[in-house]
Design a binder for this molecule. Structure first.
Ligand code: GDP
Ligand code: MG
Length: 718
């Protein structure tokens, strides 16, 4: 066969020596057109075929900083060699793989030549070529170019690569939340217009824009000025953001993550050193402790519990203050608005609904602050690293860990970016399994439900119960993943390496910005989506109103009480008002639906009011807590005397710990909110998976809730 093989590699990795060993005297030196950088071409016979070999200039990277790099890049995209052999120095893998990783990201048909294994061995370094090959998904052939050892095996591997014609599937490295989001949005635009399609895969082009690669930017501006400008705008925004939060620039972050990827790769027992050269970095030292097989998980436990304690302890007072403000607003509205529909809408719909969500802002804020600290310091990446081992057992992938954490794996994320984060998974099966299980995590909207129930029934063990909730949701997600991966989406696991970026000391400014951005999202949602849903639910809970004859009955009862000389008149009047409000709610559309469902949900201990709240939760999970608030406050005649929702539930005879646990379990597992479902449909590429997640999750949630409730009642929780 007639194939072109390009030799790439760092300077002094032995490329020219290898080239000579392959081509012998059959070579000629030619300058690459227009530049003074030398490329050599030669011919080599192998098993009866002729191979054309090109020795590219030595480079460390594929940026556009030097002529060597530009020549190498242009050759790869312009001449499209059938195979690229990256010659790496086995005794200096970490640095040499930096180029390999970029070639893989570019989607080059790669074979790795692990050269100078003799010199490495002399220095006490042994590289496991087989393991490296599995993890990278690229053939790795050990060679000694100087003696020609490994020559045939290398050529065989190259010919195999040229013949199978696949393997140009580009490597996807995660560059952290901010950059990944920017890359995803750029990638879509680039793909949709086949922008610079000749220069490399879409993700690669996006990366080059982020690295502000002058050459690609120039080409892009010429090819499609409008699109290029929009990409530059994305870059400008994310650069600004990164400058403000992390005090660095995308290019530095990208190179950090690439080194992080290699670093983690080499930790997987690929390099064995006889005598430990004293090359431990600070990050390494810290990692010895923080990702230690036994100590690591213990530290993680302490960190997560610490976070929960921090957020519950310091949010308690502020949450009460905000609740106080809304209670005051409610009294104000009750006092100044005339009795009737408008007052009911403002007090029960808007203030109770939105206020119920907003009063958790202090809790959410502290939680985001804690998460931002873990993320910015680099610790979250270590958590992912440790959990990766567990994830593999359940048919998920190390990259799934980040998606889980983004979705609220520790506390309070959001399933939507979690589902999107699954894009970094290469295997479609693992990706789908991740997308479908990510909604089981405890997003910021579920947190208030837990907070209320914990305050009402488990006030003395807040962190412990919260930690148990977290464990339950992870266990459920992992088991569901295992179930899916061994039935509907069966298939092999892909090897994986996790990025371990260096530790950083977070800047206060960065933390505050990250915290505020996410908290603001929560507030904005309360003022828009949640407000709209709250109003719709209020209407459903108010109409149709009681018939006149019905209302007259309550009027008559009132008249009787007023006419009597009873000393308990106030209490009796209140009881009548409660009965009237409850009759009204039961009569409404929502009340009828909730009541009809009660026949089934009774098994899990949910009354018709809870059913209304859970139905509202399909729209957005925040609505669960606010609707519970509305449903249980409709009967309150005297706002002065009403405590918070937690108090109402704690004193309500229909509620107990079994109901609370059952509701917690149901909330963790039932259908994802509407926005997430839309996102799942888009990302999984079929509405069927959206429907599946609604039905499957709700079925699982209900089954578990029933078990928990029945067991709880049997154990005497009632
Ligand atoms: P290039 O810059 O990548 O073209 O590297 P060269 O081919 O010029 O080699 C750099 C040096 O490494 C030379 O002194 C080679 O003799 C030496 N060298 C190349 N391959 C090997 C090898 O497999 N083992 C050892 N011990 N030395 C090698
Ligand atoms: Mg050379």
């Amino acid at each position: 066969m007639q194939a072109t093989i390009a030799l790439a590699g760092n300077p002094n990795s032995g490329k020219t020596t290898l080239f000579n060993a392959l081509t012998g005297a059959r070579q000629h030196v030619g300058n690459y057109p227009g530049v003074t950088v030398e490329t050599k071409e030669g011919v080599c016979s192998h098993r009866g075929g002729e191979l054309r070999i090109v020795d590219l200039p030595g480079t460390y990277s594929l940026t556009a900083y030097s002529m060597e790099e530009i020549v190498t890049r242009d050759f790869l995209t312009g001449r499209k060699p059938d195979v690229v052999i990256d010659v790496v120095d086995a005794s200096n893998l970490e640095r040499n793989l930096f180029l390999a990783v970029q070639l893989m990201e570019m989607g080059a048909p790669l074979v790795l030549c692990l050269n100078m294994v003799d010199a490495a061995r002399n220095r006490g370094i042994e590289v496991d070529a087989g393991a490296l090959s599995t993890l990278l998904g690229v053939e790795v052939v050990p060679t000694v170019a100087r003696t020609g050892k490994g020559r045939e095996a290398l050529l065989d591997a190259a010919v195999r690569k040229a013949q199978d014609g696949t393997g140009s599937e580009p490597l996807v490295i995660s560059y952290g939340n901010d950059l990944d989001e920017a890359i995803a949005s750029m990638q879509d635009r680039i793909r949709s217009r086949a922008f610079l399609a000749g220069a490399g895969p879409a993700r690669w082009i996006a990366l080059k824009y982020l690295e502000e690669d002058a050459e690609i930017l120039g080409k892009g501006d010429a090819a499609d000025p409008e699109l290029s400008a929009s990409l530059r705008e994305v870059v400008r925004k994310v650069s600004l953001h990164i400058a403000r939060t992390l005090d660095t620039e995308p290019e530095a972050l990208i190179s950090d993550q690439r080194y992080g990827y290699i670093h983690a790769l080499l930790r997987e027992g690929i390099v064995r050193r006889q005598h430990d050269e004293n090359r431990m970095y600070v990050s390494d030292r810290i990692d010895r402790f923080l990702t230690h097989r036994l100590l690591g998980p213990l530290v993680m436990l302490v960190v997560v519990m610490g976070l929960y304690r921090f957020m519950f302890t310091y949010s308690e007072r502020p949450v009460e203050w905000v609740e106080g403000i809304f209670a005051w607003l409610g009294r104000l509205a009750s006092a100044h608005l005339p009795e009737g529909m408008l007052r009911s809408l403002v007090v029960s719909g808007v203030i109770d609904g939105v206020g119920g969500v907003l009063s958790f802002v202090p809790l959410i804020l502290l939680m985001f602050f804690g998460i931002a600290f873990l993320e910015d310091s680099g610790y979250l990446a270590r958590v992912a690293f440790m959990l990766d081992r567990v994830f593999r057992i359940f048919g998920l992938h190390g990259n799934s860990v980040m998606a889980f954490i983004v979705a609220g794996g520790i506390a309070g994320g959001c399933a939507v970016p979690g589902v999107m984060a699954a894009r970094t998974l290469r295997s479609p099966r693992e990706r789908l399994a991740t997308i479908l299980t990510v909604p089981f995590m405890n997003c910021g909207a579920k947190l208030p439900v837990f907070a209320v129930l914990i305050a009402a029934f488990f006030a003395e063990a807040r962190e412990t119960v919260m930690f148990a909730i977290t464990l339950i949701s992870w266990a459920g997600a992992l088991l569901a993943a295992k179930l899916l991966r061994s039935t509907v989406i069966r298939g092999p696991a892909t090897p994986f390496v996790m990025e371990l970026p260096p530790y950083r000391v977070p800047t206060l400014r960065g933390l505050l910005i990250h915290t505020w951005e996410r908290t603001w999202q929560y507030i904005k949602k309360a003022g828009t989506v949640i407000l709209a849903i709250a109003i719709v639910l209020w209407a459903m809970m108010t109409f149709p109103a009681l018939s006149d004859s019905h209302s007259e009955r309550f009027e008559r009862e009132r008249a009787v009480i007023l006419a009597s000389a009873s000393t308990e008149r106030a209490g009796e009047l209140e009881a009548v008002a409660r009965a009237e409000a409850e009759a009204g709610l039961r009569h409404s559309v929502a009340g009828r639906i909730g009541g009809a469902l009660e026949r089934v949900t009774r098994w899990a201990g949910f009354d018709w009011r809870t059913n209304i709240a859970l139905l509202g939760g399909f729209g957005a999970k925040e609505v669960v807590v606010s609707t519970l608030g509305t449903a249980y406050s409709l009967g309150e005649v005297d706002p002065e005397r009403s405590g918070g929702l937690a108090e109402t539930l704690a004193t309500n005879p229909g509620w107990n710990r079994a109901v609370a646990w059952s509701l917690i379990i149901f909330t963790i597992f039932y259908a994802p909110c509407s926005v997430t479902v839309v996102c799942i449909v888009r990302e999984a590429g079929s509405w069927k998976w959206g429907a599946f997640s609604v039905l499957f999750n709700t079925a699982v949630a209900f089954a578990l809730a029933v078990i928990v409730y029945q067991a709880g009642m049997a154990l005497g929780a009632g």
